[in-house]
Write a protein that binds this ligand. Structure first.
Ligand code: NAP
Length: 206
């Protein structure tokens, strides 16, 4: 699959490495290919670093990995993206793309696309870089949104990069809950001081 990753920081870089390993064609969409974050990403993965518009033009899927408030500027670069799957990996922890509660809501409103899915937001970037915990296998990822085909793409990409499962958290009405779930990870890992090498995994009684 041809995938544009917008934003080449911690999350963008981690996802790019896993997706390239899985055989996908990845291209970064960045505002500055010479920024410190872009240069760090260039050292970790060998893919094109293009202007946002150019990276997204022929992409089948776009993954947004920027601060949420950047979404309005970024969507203005895109043109018509209604034939692409858009994956929102952001969290409105400190900032939100006013007047929208989350980047997911902004993406739906500003692109007119139904194929928007929330995914890759619920765990730390280190877990995206290496989702396998010895003795437990791949940790879990989660996605939410109304569009079933967009969710199927997000689920497949999650498994491709090594997550053990990608659980369907529900429709658009569960997107903010998924951000709260991300906050739960942040609370455990950072605020409660348990460290970033922890992850959530769903277990079920047979
Ligand atoms: N860090 C985590 O573990 C984690 C986990 C899950 C979800 N998230 C969410 O994922 C998002 C990214 O987090 P991160 O830790 O990867 O952040 P980061 O390392 O600070 O990277 C942010 C990236 O966004 C780019 N960016 C910022 N404004 C932009 C704009 N207007 N147009 C284009 N690109 C722009 C930055 O470009 P420059 O290089 O030019 O500054 C940078 O490449 C956030 O919403 C965060 O809440 C983070």
């Amino acid at each position: 699959m041809i995938i544009a990753i917008v934003g080449s920081g911690n999350v963008g870089s981690a996802l790019a490495q896993g997706l390239v390993r899985a055989g996908h064609v990845v291209q970064f969409g960045v505002r500055d290919a010479g920024s410190a974050k872009s240069r760090k990403a260039q050292a970790s993965v060998s893919v094109p670093f293009l202007a946002v518009r150019d990276a997204c033009r022929n992409a089948e899927a776009i993954i947004l990995t920027t601060p949420p408030e950047a979404v309005k500027d970024i969507v203005a670069e895109w043109g018509d993206v209604r034939n692409k799957v858009i994956i929102d990996a952001t969290n409105s922890v400190r900032t939100r793309p006013e007047p929208y509660p989350t980047a997911f809501h902004a993406l739906k409103a500003l692109t007119g696309s139904e194929a928007v899915v929330k995914c890759f937001n619920t765990t730390g970037f280190e877990n995206m870089l290496d989702p396998v915990y010895p003795g437990f296998g791949g940790i879990d990822m989660f996605c939410a949104g109304n569009d079933k085909s967009a969710k199927a793409v997000a689920m497949k990409l999650s498994l491709d990069i090594g997550f053990g499962a990608c659980w369907d958290f529900g429709g658009d009405d569960k997107v903010e809950l998924l951000e709260k779930f991300a906050l739960s990870w942040i609370n455990m890992a950072i605020m409660q001081g348990h460290g970033r090498n922890l992850a959530f995994k769903v277990i079920r009684r047979p």
